[in-house]
Design a protein. Structure first.
Lengths: 571, 145
């Protein structure tokens, strides 16, 4: 089937999801009221609280939520065939991500624009905020580990991408200095930056940097050396002021996001490529994880992502002009992320050559997970080639886009992890750690680096333990989403409306997550893989804790509502 | 836009933008994960632009206008809107480019597609005067049309 037909069908499904389901949510579940003043009006100060046109807000929200994770998960998940991955992305976006992102925005707006962490404490209980921080701690550890592996895999497979990526760092710093110090236009320097970045691909192609010989001389594998280099880079990058590197790179990334989306969908349209992957992969080797429940934790971002609740309840909720705009900004933002995931599925199923080539890339789970992001890059390279870009350059271009986003995520992830390490040290009264940024950063770097380098006993050498680490990352992301959905469900219920729209995805996510964790726990234990067993067990305990908190919160809300109906108050 | 005039105040939010949705959201003092020192510079700019915003809102109550505060990294909205507004104003290609180049800046104040300040935030009084002057000029242009 031509990929463009799938893209059109999914667009139609998203259109109907937005037109009808989000309308149902807006009217019946969240009961949006245009006349109710939003925090943007109530506390309007032109600083944090600013009533903002919904199209402006959507641009900001979508640019913020889009990243590399909705690319990697689907690129692995097509291992089970393109239909399961596609169905989960479409249904997840419509019935889970849309509900979650839209709901987090509404609940925040109805609670003075409080963020999701604070809401967790007020709507569920104070203890659940600790749960929230613990989930985020493990999520960030795993994010930093898996993204380091993603970048290392891409550098190893695309040595032509090394020079452009390392050129991007001083260039972003220069652009930032130029913009902030001379206080001139950001448009021209950022466009020039993107052009120079893409021109540097020519240099990268002519001078590919292959560190395999150096790694071999040091007795290491190339990927191992890249992972170490990346964490050393992140250690320093995360210590830099944000205006020096992180923010200028935002300007370049915001151009790249839309260029990549345009290349994918225009390339599919022009090339009229057919999907070569099987609809359902029945040719799985023995011992492969079964798609049910693993599909639902392999694709987290792209079907539902818990971190979106932090964006929805962060800057977005402070700018919402009227409640009805929440539908467009929140729900449609989720649709945008689903479109990125769709692009990833199409790149890995229609852009990788003939069926035999696809089968080779997805021969078993370690090969599929280890090579997934490379397959996406090859697919996007093929789509760009459809538009006339030479294949070699096009492939490096795709690698540069993914690495730019993944490197930004790592930089942020290490900074955030450092804050959390310091916060935990503060709570535990470990004053030297709480006050020493270098030690806190070192911990934030060494722990995920250890995980990224961990070979694992089940992973095989194709992706180290990457496939399993990715699944664990998926579970923590789904748990974050589960916590936000629990907050939204309790809020909907206490406002005398039907919370089924939240409870169904919440129950489904928690069931799939705990089930997958339980299966992997047995697997890692039986293989004597103690590191993954312990990590898996901790996340399993967090999942069970979340289930208990969610059930308890719903029961308390039910009791509260019954007492209110009977006209009695609790003792 | 339903209002006759559009005033755009350009300045960065105290938060990371790209690649923050799935796996990290670095923000300033009012976000869940972040601290006030990381984006202190942005905070100062936000507060300075906030003074301009409040002055415009307080003094231009009778003007049919929409004030939008936008982050320059939100190019998907800012660039097409500036193009549309400056075209509506009848500017030629050179004029449009000039407004666009100056408008997509770290800090800018734009009235109906014309960039009055670029790269700096004036005091609230200076901004108010300039915006008033520009609105009067624009009203007279519209009256001729």
């Amino acid at each position: 089937m031509p990929a463009i037909v799938i893209a059109v069908l999914v667009a139609v499904a998203f259109f109907f999801g937005y037109k009808y389901y989000s309308k149902y949510l807006a009217e019946k579940v969240y009961a949006l009221d245009k006349s109710k003043p939003t925090p943007a009006h109530e506390f309007e100060d032109g600083v944090d609280y600013v009533p903002t046109n919904k199209h402006v807000l959507f641009g900001h929200h979508f640019t913020s939520v889009a990243g590399a994770a909705p690319i990697v998960g689907p690129a692995i998940a097509v291992f089970w065939g393109w239909v399961p991955a596609l169905v989960w992305v479409v249904l997840g976006t419509i019935f889970a991500a849309g509900v979650h992102d839209f709901g987090a925005l509404v609940v925040s707006v109805r609670n003075k624009a409080q963020n999701i962490g604070t809401l967790t404490a007020t709507v569920i209980n104070a203890r659940s905020r600790t749960l929230f921080l613990l989930i985020i701690f493990f999520l960030l550890t795993l994010v930093n580990a898996v993204f380091a592996v993603v970048i290392a895999i891409l550098f190893e497979a695309n040595p032509g991408a090394v020079i452009p990526i390392f050129f991007e760092i001083p260039m972003a710093i220069f652009i930032g200095q130029y913009i902030y110090r001379t206080r001139t236009s950001a448009l021209v320097p950022s466009i020039i930056g993107v052009v120079l970045l893409y021109l540097s691909i020519l240099v990268g192609q002519a001078l590919p940097i292959d560190i395999a010989p150096l790694a071999a001389a040091m007795g290491l594998e190339a990927r191992t050396l890249w992972i170490v280099v990346l964490f050393v880079y992140t250690f320093f990058a995360s210590r830099l002021p944000v205006w020096l590197l992180l923010q200028p790179r935002d300007y370049i990334n915001s151009h790249q996001l839309f260029i990549a989306l345009a290349v994918i969908f225009l390339g599919i349209l022009v090339g009229w490529d057919k999907i070569v992957a099987p609809a359902f992969n029945t040719n799985l080797p023995e011992g492969s994880p079964f798609w049910f429940p693993f599909l639902f934790i392999t694709i987290a971002c792209g079907a539902i992502s818990g971190f979106h609740s932090l964006v929805s309840s962060g800057t977005t909720s402070k700018q919402l002009d009227n409640e009805e705009d929440a539908r467009y900004v929140g729900y449609f933002g989720a649709v945008g992320e689903g479109s990125l995931a769709l692009g990833s599925i199409l790149a890995c199923t229609a852009g990788v050559g003939a069926y035999a080539a696809w089968q080779e890339k997805y021969v078993d789970f370690p090969t599929a997970s280890g090579g997934a992001v490379g397959n996406f890059v090859a697919g996007v390279g093929h789509f760009a080639n459809n538009l006339g870009v030479p294949l070699g350059l096009a492939t490096i271009f795709a690698a540069v886009v993914v690495i730019s986003f993944a490197a930004t995520t790592m930089d942020t992830g290490v900074r955030l992890q450092r804050y959390i390490v310091q916060e935990i040290a503060e709570i535990a009264h470990i004053t030297p750690l709480a006050r020493n940024i270098t030690i806190a950063t070192a911990i934030a770097v060494i722990v995920p680096m250890g995980l990224a380098l961990y070979p694992g006993k089940a992973g095989g050498d194709a992706g180290f333990a990457f496939g399993y680490l990715w699944q664990l990352f998926g579970t923590t992301n789904q748990l974050t989403a589960g916590l936000a959905l629990a907050v939204i469900a309790v809020w909907v219920f206490t406002n005398n409306r039907n919370p089924l729209a939240q409870i169904i995805p919440l129950t489904f996510l928690l069931a799939m997550t705990t089930w997958a964790l339980f299966i992997n726990l047995g697997k890692f234990y039986s293989e004597g893989d103690w590191l993954l067993t312990v990590l898996n067990a901790i996340i399993f305990i967090l999942a069970v804790w979340l289930i208990i908190e969610a059930i308890g919160a719903m029961n308390r809300a039910r009791g509260e509502r019954d007492r209110t109906r009977r006209g009695t108050t609790p003792r | 836009m339903n209002a006759t005039h559009r005033i755009i105040l350009v300045r960065e939010w105290d938060a990371q933008v790209s690649a923050s949705g799935c796996c990290g959201r670095l923000g300033g003092e009012n976000t869940e994960l972040g601290d006030k020192d990381t984006f202190a510079q942005n905070r100062r700019e936000m507060e300075a632009m906030g003074e301009v915003y409040r002055a415009l809102k307080a003094e231009l109550v009778d003007v049919d206008m929409e004030i939008t505060v936008v982050d320059p990294r939100n190019m998907i909205w800012l660039v097409p809107t500036l193009l549309k507004d400056s075209r509506k104003r009848g500017l030629g290609i050179g004029g449009i480019w000039s407004q666009l180049r100056r408008g997509v800046s770290y800090n800018a104040i734009i009235v109906d597609g014309k960039t009055l300040f670029s790269g700096r935030i004036p005091t609230a009084e200076v901004a108010l005067e300039a915006v008033k002057r520009e609105l009067d000029l624009r009203e007279s242009e519209l009256a001729v049309v």
